[in-house]
Write a protein that binds this ligand. Structure first.
Ligand code: FAD
Length: 467
């Protein structure tokens, strides 16, 4: 559907609707909103609006709906699937200034927050009073809770504690036509009607703009222990993952990094990683309230690892060391993209299929002479495959990239997996969706989108393949 361009008349109308609306067409704001962390896309919107209340979000959406102008919601722009790109122009609606922690309810173990709160700020606020919000995307220092909901973000601790959707019990959202709805609440049980809260989660800003969030909290575990297990091959590290679970261990994180990921992240930060020359590392975190249980689990995992090709088991014995190791793991994504051209795939398979996925990815990349760096949330079967242009000519890279992507996705699906574990489909992966999803399932979702957004003004051209 062709959209209208924003005119000065439109901007004047919006201003007269609400003189306090913060509308910007400053070069710097347009430039910041024209990309996210996905490859090297550049889609400048025509205007950026910084919402400061639900009412303002509603005013902008209903105006855009009436005037057939596309709107792209945006948090911090750390997305890795292009969801926040204004691919049809129009308005980028930034939620970063809607950033209050409204309430932390210690009696009911719930919090109510606005979407622009930075994830780590929220975690630190609840941890100060002994509470815990586990979802911890590696970008937690900069991403927003609204973006986390829209992508249903995961992170290392998803393994034991689940992903964003497991903690969200209600939202306030503004629908594409400007209507404001409230769903759920501080209720641990609620089967009253369809679960619209969960429908909005992971909908990548295509069904509504989230303006308030009700979050379940847990008591903060008292103890944790981080360990590093180096291996002589990536496959050996991957094989260890299901073995740990089969033997009754429930670590709260089990991350995998291949040597190149560790090396480029260490260099990027100017920090050193123990045993960095090993071909692969597992980074394991155990947590709980009973130190004795953690110590027993530590002994058990050490014994299992040493019986299954581990080169060593190293314990982070100070919190400074632990922080340093985690900072290297969190930097892998950014550091692996040191090449100007890259593509990050977010493959996920059942945990036990991880060794087959990793060895298959390496074979595909070798066949097409494309460099790959793998790391990710091994305990969830979720591996990020960074494809790098490295020494390839522009022509070869353009030719091989879609083929390698297609082959990696086909392999993933053949192993019972799917295209994205936590980054979403967005703009980047949408043409590959039919590899993982039946036409009937895609059509059922298109129907939901057109029922909620018949004029397709909210974040158009995302998730679904071009028809
Ligand atoms: C270095 C790095 C590490 C990362 N690690 C992880 C990881 O471990 N796990 C993980 O899951 N992801 C990870 N990510 C991806 C990214 O950080 C997450 O997807 C994050 O949730 C995006 O949040 P954001 O605020 O930046 O959202 P944006 O990128 O601004 O937007 C993402 C999507 O959310 C929509 N959106 C934003 N706010 C709202 C709202 N209020 N209402 C409706 N829709 C909205 C946008 O339209 C877009 O579709 C990583 C990214 C980077 C750069």
């Amino acid at each position: 559907m062709p959209y209208n361009k924003i005119t000065t008349n439109h901007l004047d109308q919006l201003k007269s609707l609400n003189p306090r609306l913060e509308i910007s067409n400053l070069k710097e704001d347009i430039q910041n909103a024209s990309h996210d962390e996905t490859e090297d896309f550049n889609y400048p919107p025509e205007a950026v609006i910084f919402a400061k209340s639900t009412k303002e979000v509603s005013q902008v959406l209903s105006f855009a709906y009436e005037n057939n102008i596309p709107v792209t919601p945006r948090g911090a722009g750390t997305g890795l699937s292009g969801g926040a790109l204004a691919v049809c122009g129009g308005i980028v609606l930034s939620l970063t200034k809607l950033n209050k922690i409204i309430e932390i309810d210690e009696d009911n173990l719930f919090a109510v927050v606005e979407p622009g709160v930075i994830t780590q700020n929220f975690q630190e606020a609840v941890e100060k009073i002994g509470l815990f919000y586990p979802p911890d995307p590696a970008s937690k220092g900069s991403c927003t809770l609204g973006g986390n909901l829209a992508e249903c973000s995961g992170g290392p601790r998803a393994l034991k504690y689940g992903v964003t959707k497991d903690y969200i019990y209600g939202v306030e959202a503004v629908l594409p036509n400007g209507d404001i709805i409230q769903t759920g609440g501080k209720l641990l049980k609620n089967v009253t009607g369809y679960n619209l809260t969960q429908l909005l989660l992971g909908s990548e800003g295509t069904l509504g703009v989230i303006t308030k969030i009700t979050i379940k909290l847990l008591p903060l575990p008292k103890h944790k222990q981080t360990l590093i297990i180096p291996f002589g091959s990536l496959e050996a590290a991957a094989k260890m993952v299901p073995i740990a679970f089969k033997n009754g261990l429930t670590p709260c994180a089990m991350e995998i990094m291949e040597k190149e990921a560790v090396q480029c992240a260490s260099e990027h930060l100017g920090k050193s990683f123990p045993n960095a020359t090993a071909e692969a590392q597992l980074l394991v975190e155990l947590d709980g309230n009973d130190l004795g249980v953690i110590e027993k689990d530590l002994e058990k995992i050490t014994e299992l690892a040493m019986n299954h090709e581990a080169l060593d088991v190293l314990i982070a014995d100070t919190s400074a060391k632990e922080k340093e190791i985690w900072s290297i793991r969190r930097a892998c994504g950014e550091a692996a993209k040191k090449d100007a051209y890259y593509k990050e795939l977010d493959t996920v398979v059942p945990r036990a299929s991880l060794p087959k996925l990793i060895s298959g990815v390496k074979k595909i990349c070798q066949k097409h002479q494309v460099t790959s760096i793998c790391y990710g949330h091994a305990g969830d079967g979720n591996v990020h495959v960074n494809l790098l242009k490295s020494g390839l000519s522009d022509e070869k890279w353009q030719k091989e990239l879609p083929i390698v992507t297609q082959e990696v996705f086909e392999l993933t699906v053949s192993l019972g997996g799917t295209l994205s574990g936590e980054h979403g489909i967005g703009w980047l992966q949408k043409e590959f969706l039919p590899i993982a999803m039946d036409k009937l399932v895609i059509d059922a979702q298109r129907k939901i989108k057109s029922a909620w957004d018949p004029k397709n003004t909210l974040n158009p051209m995302k998730i679904f393949p071009t028809q």
